[in-house]
Write a protein that binds this ligand. Structure first.
Ligand code: FMN
Length: 229
C-alpha cells in the first residue's frame, strides 16, 4: 500500500502537520508495510501557474500539442496521486479556504483529458477512487455553534478532488487553534482523530493484498490503468 502524505502549512510546529502525521500513523497501524510518498508543499512550495503551463491548458488544441516540457511537473504530481492507495492532506485554513501552496498543487493535478473529462453534465473524474483524509486546522471556528465565519475550504477542496474521481473523502477539523495551548491542542487532535473512519482503507488494504498476489510478477496494475474506475 502507498500513502501520499501532503502538508501545506508554512509552519513546522503546525497543528495541521501534527494532525496529518497522526492520521498517517493510524493508517500505518492498518498497513504496517505501507510506503509513504511525501509532498511537503509548505516547506517546498510548487511554482505558481507558469506561462507555458497556462498556454498548454488554454484549449483542446494546445492540450493536444503542448509546449515542450510544459506538463512535466503536472505529470509527476499526477503520478504521485495515481500511485497512492490513500491520500492524507494536512491543511490550515487561510482566509476562509486552503493556502495558496495547496491551490498550486490542485492547479497541477486537475487537467481535462488527463484526470477529468469535461461533459455537458459537468466534470467527470478519470482517476479511480481512493480514500482521502484531510486534517484541517483553523484559528477560529467554521462548524458548530461557535462558527463565526464561512467555510470555503471544505466545499472547494471536496469539489476539486471529486472532479478527478477522488470521492471518498473525510475531513477532520481541528478548530479554534488560536485558543489552544499545545497541551489542549493534543487533546483536540485526539478528539478530531476519534472521528477517523478507516473502513475505506481496510477495503483498500484487502484489495491491495489480493491484487498484489494476483499480479505479483507484473508492474502495479493500478498505475497502468488509472481510469479503471
Ligand atoms: C494568512 C493566514 C490566514 C488565516 N486565515 C484564517 C481564517 O480565515 N480562519 C481561521 O479560522 N483561521 C485563520 N488563520 C489561522 C490559522 O488557520 C491557524 O493558525 C491554524 O492553526 C494554522 O494551521 P497550522 O497550525 O497547521 O499552521 C489564518 C492564518 C494565516 C497565517
Amino acid at each position: 500500500m502507498n500513502i501520499l502524505h501532503i502538508d501545506s502549512s508554512p509552519r513546522q510546529q503546525s497543528h495541521s502537520r501534527q494532525l496529518s502525521a497522526a492520521i498517517v500513523k493510524k493508517l500505518l497501524e492498518l498497513a504496517p508495510g505501507a510506503d509513504i510518498i511525501r509532498r511537503d508543499l509548505g516547506a517546498d512550495p510548487l511554482p505558481q501557474t507558469e506561462a507555458l503551463y497556462a498556454a498548454a491548458l488554454a484549449s483542446r488544441a494546445t492540450l493536444a500539442a503542448p509546449p515542450a516540457g510544459s506538463l512535466d511537473l503536472s505529470e509527476q504530481l499526477m503520478r504521485e496521486v495515481e500511485a497512492a492507495d490513500a491520500v492524507v492532506i494536512g491543511t490550515p485554513m487561510h482566509n476562509l479556504t486552503i493556502p495558496s501552496v495547496l491551490k498550486a498543487w490542485i492547479d497541477q493535478i486537475l487537467r481535462v483529458g488527463r484526470t477529468m473529462k469535461s461533459t455537458p453534465a459537468g466534470k467527470v473524474g478519470m482517476l479511480w477512487d481512493r480514500p482521502v483524509f484531510v486534517g484541517v486546522a483553523s484559528g477560529g471556528f467554521f462548524t458548530g455553534e461557535r462558527a463565526n465565519q464561512p467555510d470555503f475550504l471544505t466545499p472547494y477542496l471536496s469539489g476539486a478532488l471529486s472532479s478527478i474521481g477522488l470521492k471518498s473523502q473525510q475531513f477532520l477539523p481541528l478548530e479554534g487553534t488560536a485558543f489552544l495551548d499545545w497541551e489542549h491542542a493534543a487533546r483536540a487532535r485526539d478528539k478530531a482523530l476519534a472521528a477517523l473512519d478507516v473502513t475505506a482503507v481496510e477495503r483498500v488494504t484487502e484489495i491491495s493484498a489480493n491484487v498484489g498476489w494476483m499480479y505479483a510478477d507484473l508492474a502495479s496494475p493500478r498505475q497502468a490503468s488509472p481510469s479503471a474506475h
